[in-house]
Design a protein around this ligand. Structure first.
Ligand SMILES: [Zn+2]
Ligand SMILES: [Zn+2]
Length: 295
């Protein structure tokens, strides 16, 4: 399995001299399994350059785009994805089921005349939409499993297994917490149990992954004033990876205000604190545009 990062930034594209090294495009990750349909995770602004590389590659005709959720930073690149405009491609779009609108309606809205010159029904590719929830299915010979995570809108994590290797994509997730902290003792206890169960279930989902790409938008200090915004902090992300026995961790969904130098400092700080011989250290890297990892 070959994984390539095309967008690693959260919230809003943030190009500029301070972010040139790790990149300013919003989330998009390509997963290639030899002889299999192409899988793409999220359609942030990074998908534009990926699309340009796909149209130069005659081997690709079937593309499966798995959306974690439909916040702007995860769909805003889609109208600029070149394969959408060619009849050569069969493109299947998957995203978490909403109660009020389906995926096709949500994605068509961002291509309404008001925002974009071409409408979904004018796209030349063979396009289909798939509203999914917690689910297991196959894309070719790759197994895909999903689970909901903790975000202000429905959001899925994806576990992809192929040829004995496993990759987990887990973005836009905040640590589960006791929602009844201020309640009476019975409610507090109930809330504590629910949060513990949800945490356990997530750890099980990522357990033993060969590679985990996970939201690490904040420092622990920043997180204190951003509770409820739907993102993780670096220390939580690292401890979840270690508890789950993940083989390698990629810190992802970098804050748009984070400079390259600050990212490096965060990584070094984490390594200094966690890589003692007794800690059961997990190798960790920062997601960077064009980084390729082969499992
Ligand atoms: Zn996001
Ligand atoms: Zn989000």
């Amino acid at each position: 399995m070959q994984i390539q990062f095309w967008g690693v930034r959260g919230s809003i594209p943030s190009p500029g001299p301070d972010t040139a090294q790790f990149g300013g495009n919003t989330p998009c990750v390509e997963v290639r399994n030899e002889g299999e349909p192409l899988i793409i995770l999220d359609a942030g602004s990074g998908i534009r350059k990926l699309g340009l590389s796909i149209i130069k590659d005659p081997s690709v005709t079937e593309i499966h785009i798995l959306l974690s959720h439909t916040h702007w930073d995860h769909i805003q690149g889609l109208p600029f994805f070149a394969p959408l405009f060619s009849p050569k491609y069969t493109i299947k779009l998957y995203g978490p089921v909403h109660y009020s609108k389906n995926l096709e309606q949500i994605l068509s809205l961002q291509m309404d005349y008001t925002y974009f010159p071409v409408r979904v029904e004018e796209l030349a590719s063979k396009l289909s939409f798939h509203d999914i929830s917690e689910h297991e299915f196959m894309i070719g010979k790759a197994g895909v499993k999903t689970q909901f995570v903790n975000h202000p809108v429905v959001c899925l994590t994806y576990r992809i297994a192929f040829n004995g290797k496993t990759f987990v994509y887990l973005t836009d997730h905040e640590p589960y917490r006791n929602l009844f902290d201020d309640g009476d003792e019975v409610n507090r206890e109930e809330g504590r149990l629910v949060a513990a169960e949800q945490t356990e279930s997530l750890i099980k989902f990522i357990e033993g992954a060969d590679l985990l790409c996970m939201d690490a938008q904040y420092t622990p200090e920043e997180y204190k004033s951003r509770i409820g915004w739907g993102h993780s902090h670096v220390d939580y992300t690292y401890s979840a990876a270690r508890e789950a026995g993940v083989k390698e961790l990629i810190l992802f969904h970098h804050d748009p205000d984070r400079s390259d130098a600050e990212l490096q400092r965060i990584l070094s700080g984490l390594q200094d604190r966690s890589w003692s011989p007794m800690s059961g250290a997990v190798p960790v890297r920062l997601a960077r545009e064009r980084l390729v990892i082969t499992l």
